[in-house]
Design a protein around this ligand. Structure first.
Ligand SMILES: O=C(O)CCC(=O)C(=O)O
Ligand SMILES: [Fe+2]
Length: 370
């Protein structure tokens, strides 16, 4: 998150049954007004300059054109174990993000999830889409929205992301209610359910490998995380007339344990590495792994979470599918190594401070450093 920003609102990523309601004000407006404020509607209205609330202050505007360098590691899960462990260890400790190939998830499924997501955003009528709108007054809301986060600049202006999204609560199974997901195209719900299961398997496999590499035994990291709360967010970034002034998604690190991200063929994701924003170009059939803050805490900083953001472009809508694997909000997360460098944190407290205070100029997880 950028220095000098406070997150003032949130629409989702808090659990249905949670008690965060009192922290937040309503984000999404009632339906027709909300439909007009979807970024896709603004983009399609043919404007040549973006509305002021989407303009980033100078300090957070992207440098365009973006860098072409893309040295992010690619990890082949079919490699022999000792090379795999070596490359995975350096990717996790030096980058906090990497592509995985030979990940065991069918290429057809990767194609299908992007296809159903794109169909929802591009073929649904406004009325059809608004049927799945985030609840205007409930931060716990899954569904179709635009304002997951709004930030407040030093001048107290609200700054919005140039993004629409659909958030799905997928795990544990008692949270999974496919009737809350789009009914079109006809196999949407089936694809998301199947994708959720496959992502959980891959996330467990990766956490198991990391745990072993750190000499902890296969299940140690997963034991600290406990029951996994999984959300799948399909993000849709419409073309933007002024990409140099906007961000599709502001800079952040993910809050939970591990995120698995699928990008379509349009570049836009950037990773902060050694103070520089690097564009992570999509790699065919690969899944991008992004380590999140709780993995950094659990590994006592041996593995670092990755700060990332999304930029926009003038000509192509971009779609991504992020699958977040988080602890329960009642879970206390603490380092497994001595002496601990981070203080233990109740995950629910971490989430609410992530959304309310912002990092105050530091990475969120740095606030836990002892
Ligand atoms: O769209 C992307 O590439 C990034 C999405 C993301 O970082 C998120 O939803 O947390
Ligand atoms: Fe993210």
């Amino acid at each position: 998150m950028p220095t000098g920003y406070n997150i003032i609102n949130v629409c989702n990523r808090l659990d249905d049954e949670d008690n965060f309601r009192s922290y937040f004000e309503p984000l999404e407006q009632p339906s027709m007004e909300a439909a007009a404020s979807r970024v896709q509607s603004i983009s399609q209205s043919g404007i040549s300059s973006v509305p002021p609330e989407y303009i980033q202050p100078n300090s957070t505007r992207p440098q365009l054109p973006p860098s072409n360098k893309d040295p992010i590691p690619t990890i082949d899960l079919d490699d022999d174990l000792s090379s795999l462990q070596k490359s995975l260890h350096s990717a996790c400790s030096e980058w906090g993000a990497f592509h995985v190939v030979n990940h065991g998830v069918s290429i057809n499924l990767l194609r299908d999830i992007q296809c159903v997501g794109r169909t929802f955003f591009e073929s649904g009528s406004t009325e059809d889409k608004m049927e799945y709108s985030c609840q205007p007054n409930a931060p716990a809301s899954q569904g179709y929205g635009s304002r997951m986060l709004a930030t407040q600049s030093n001048q107290n202006n609200v700054v919005l992301d140039w993004r629409d999204y659909f958030d799905h609560h997928t795990l544990p199974l008692q949270r999974r209610d496919p009737s809350r997901w789009p009914h079109f195209p006809h196999h949407y719900r089936q694809v998301v359910s199947h994708y959720s299961d496959q992502m959980q398997t891959l996330a467990n496999h990766l956490l198991g490998l990391m745990s072993e590499i750190l000499g902890l035994g296969h299940s140690r990291i997963q034991e600290v995380v406990g029951e996994v709360y999984q959300n799948i967010t399909v993000s849709y970034y419409p073309p933007c007339p002024q990409p140099e002034l906007t961000l599709g998604l502001q800079a952040h690190s993910d809050m939970g344990a591990i995120t698995l991200l699928l990008q379509d063929h349009v570049s836009g994701l950037q990773l902060l590495k050694d103070g520089q924003w690097l564009t992570i170009h999509p790699l065919d059939h690969a899944i991008l792994v992004i380590l999140a803050d709780q993995t950094e805490v659990i590994t006592n900083g041996k593995y670092r979470s990755a700060v990332h953001r999304a930029i926009t472009n003038t000509s192509n809508a971009r779609l991504s599918v992020a699958t977040f694997h988080d602890p329960a909000r009642t879970r206390v997360i603490s380092p497994v190594f001595e002496p601990p460098k981070y203080r233990p944190v109740l995950y629910g407290d971490y989430v609410s401070s992530w959304y309310t205070k912002g990092p105050e100029g530091k990475r969120n997880v740095d606030a836990l450093l002892l």
